[in-house]
Design a protein around this ligand. Structure first.
Ligand SMILES: Cc1ncc(COP(=O)(O)O)c(C=O)c1O
Length: 439
């Protein structure tokens, strides 16, 4: 435990950026669900089975088979985490003049697209930008806008279409099978490949099972395979639904693309049968993939996220509705309407949650998305603070404490002030920027 005064000193020393805190000063860490979950007994057992041969390790074949059981793409390329898959893919197919549409690019995806000189365009449906709208699939991509974008820019300028399941930057909201089929139809019409950013494929499939007409009795693994069958490839962070602490992969059906990506992989990640991972990591991921589609696990996972979100909603704290799969997103704009976007209401809320109760969340707003490639700064579409729930880690009483702290911060909302940035990097500034409070 820490006192308010200790936390106020820690966050000031961290330049008011929760990423700069020492994790020892954090009481409940909801910064991310990425790599922060607890591995199961069977994953730890699988680690003992790891084989560290440089090339062609048995652990590689176990990993590859677990991936293709759900995602039967012709080529699977292991990487040390999701952004490595993104960097390799976009360095091969991106570049100046190209445009990559998505429902919403996650921060690392957008940065890797833009780093090549290409443009990243978000085309989530209008309901997905409204925190109060109760549409069951707010992660859906606007297919009319997609068709218009491809027609205007020309198909040779669009190397692929990306769909993020679930949509992490916009409320952790799912994408329906119906929408994936419609996106596929637009891609077929223009002969453009469709890729999934599939980090939370199992949670997305669970929502399809729960919410989509005709999907109720299906096995989640079958739904995942159908999602994969609609795509030509995927990028993946194994730190999310596959329940591992590190890892990722890139997969596709296109032989020429796979060859170029493997060449890039060898340059910076490692040989194509380990891709920057130890054999033991490959085994832990393979076991995690199998556990990720368990119905009992997914029911518990989605209900425990909803437990936090619905309690906050009932007590009048503005949250992005409906509650997403891996996180509850506080609506900082709704809670702090007196702080303009360029004074970072999400940052102010994230700092207040830490000072009040040692809870670490993550701003997903103008700090994360406001800085443009030309150096200008625009308000983001939404000002959110994500409370991401690590998998199989916290108990209901930890979450009850989070609810109390959020309520206490909401009661003082009108006294919170904005921030200004005093130091920042040109890409992904939110990880390292330093701030000062405005008086
Ligand atoms: C939707 C999405 N895509 C990509 C990534 C990047 O994955 P990694 O952190 O493993 O590089 C993340 C990580 O948070 C994510 O949520």
């Amino acid at each position: 435990m820490t006192s308010f005064e200790e936390r106020a000193t820690a966050i000031a020393d961290a330049g008011y950026n929760v990423f700069n805190l020492s994790a020892r000063d954090v009481l409940i860490d909801l910064l991310t669900d990425s790599g922060t979950g607890a591995m199961s007994r069977d994953q730890w057992a699988a680690i003992q089975h790891g084989d560290e041969s440089y090339a062609g390790s048995p652990s590689w074949f176990i990993f590859r088979d677990a991936v293709t059981e759900l995602f039967p793409f012709r080529h699977v390329i292991p990487t040390h985490q999701g952004r490595a898959a993104e960097r390799i893919l976009f360095s091969v197919i991106g570049g100046p003049g190209h445009v990559v549409p998505s429902n919403t690019h996650f921060d690392t995806t957008r940065a890797n697209v833009e780093f090549t000189g290409a443009e990243a365009v978000d085309l989530v449906i209008a309901e997905g930008r409204d925190p109060t709208n109760l549409h069951p699939f707010k992660g859906n991509l606007d297919t009319v806008a997609l068709d218009a974008l491809i027609t205007t820019r020309g198909r040779d300028k669009v190397p692929l279409v990306m769909v993020t399941v679930t949509n992490n930057s916009a409320g952790g909201q799912p994408v329906s099978l119906e929408n994936l089929r419609q996106v596929r139809a637009v891609c077929d019409k223009h002969r453009i490949p469709l890729f999934l950013d599939a980090c939370r494929f199992a949670e997305n499939a669970w929502f399809i099972r729960e919410r989509e007409k005709g999907q109720g009795g299906r096995d989640v693994a079958d739904i995942v395979r159908e999602m994969a069958s609609l795509a030509d490839g995927m990028t993946m962070s194994a730190k999310k639904d596959p329940l591992a602490n590190i890892g990722g992969w890139l997969a596709c059906n296109d032989d020429a693309l796979a060859e170029s990506c493997r060449n890039m992989l060898i340059l910076t990640e490692g040989f194509p049968t380990y891709g920057g991972l130890a054999g033991r990591d490959l085994e832990a991921i393979a076991q995690g993939i199998r556990e990720s589609v368990s119905h009992d696990y997914l029911r518990y996972r989605i209900q425990s996220t909803a437990y936090l979100g619905e309690a906050l909603h009932r007590s009048g704290v503005p949250v992005f509705m409906p509650i997403g799969g891996h996180a509850v997103y506080l609506d900082a704009h709704g809670l702090l309407p007196h702080i303009p976007p360029l004074e970072y209401p999400g940052q102010s809320l994230a700092v207040a949650l830490f000072e009040q109760g040692g809870i670490r969340g993550c701003e997903i707003g103008t700090v994360m998305f406001g800085l443009q490639p030309d150096g200008s700064e625009h308000a983001a579409t939404m000002e959110l603070v994500r409370l991401a729930i690590p998998r199989r880690t916290y108990t209901q009483s930890h979450i009850d404490y989070v609810i109390e702290v959020c309520q206490a911060v909401a009661e003082q909302a009108s006294s919170l002030r904005g921030y200004r940035i005093v130091e920042q990097s040109p890409q992904l500034r939110h990880f390292t920027a330093r701030f000062e409070p405005l008086r």
